[in-house]
Design a protein around this ligand. Structure first.
Ligand code: RP5
Length: 209
């Protein structure tokens, strides 16, 4: 999985709950040893999650951002357990240069709504599946925002995590033709995959017939 690195105070160990994206390219240093090439681009997408227990699902979102070469920052911020941090993060996100916020949370999932209440950046909410209510609790908490404070809520779980990244890519592609081209290629690849599936299915049916 491709990752990028961006040096910051957080990376210096001051905030272990945050991780900047890391470089996908390995390079040789002057002595010929492998070193990680540093990506100096500022992250444009912030991915926040209520707990590290959300990460197995959020990983799909991050993988997709990396696939599209979108610089991101990921961190744990809890609307309920660290409300002051959540407030500070959302209210300064625009000034820090973020263009889209993605917030994943489960249960009484207020994280995306809290983010949206404190910024005019587009906020995408990922409802995380829960053991007790299957994620319906997360979905309703994330999607049922009052008029005036929108959260673009995606599906519960892994499909939602992937789509959150794709939606962020589509928003960014409004002013980025290279990213738009990548999205077009992605769609074309999906169409080819469906055509192959169709061909395989029709062969199978013909064999059985
Ligand atoms: C939410 O509570 C988190 O987003 C997570 O989905 C859920 C459970 O958190 P942990 O108890 O696993 O830390 O705030």
């Amino acid at each position: 999985m491709a990752r990028r690195t961006k040096k910051s105070e957080d990376d210096a160990g001051k905030d272990p709950s945050s991780s900047k994206s890391k470089s996908k390219a390995k390079a040789k240093d002057a002595k010929g040893a492998d070193s990680i090439e540093v990506d100096t681009r500022d992250p444009v997408v912030a991915v926040v999650m209520g707990s590290d227990s959300d990460f197995p699902v959020v990983a799909g979102c991050i993988e997709t951002l990396e696939e599209f070469d979108i610089p991101y920052e990921a961190r744990v911020v809890s609307a309920h357990r660290t409300p002051e941090k959540a407030h500070k993060f959302a209210s300064t996100a625009r000034l820090k240069g973020f263009r889209v916020l993605i917030a994943a949370a489960g249960g009484a999932a207020h994280l995306a709504g809290v983010m949206a209440s404190l910024t005019t950046l587009p906020v995408i909410g990922i409802p995380i599946q829960t053991p007790t209510l299957g994620g319906a609790d997360s979905l309703y908490s994330t999607v049922q925002m009052p008029a005036g404070v929108p959260v673009a809520t995606v599906a519960i779980g892994k499909a939602g995590a992937t789509n959150a990244a794709l939606l962020a890519a589509e928003i960014l592609a409004l002013s980025d033709d290279t990213l738009h081209d990548r999205l077009q290629s992605f769609r074309a690849a999906m169409r080819r995959t469906v055509a192959q599936k169709n061909a395989r299915l029709r062969e199978k049916i013909a064999d059985n017939g």
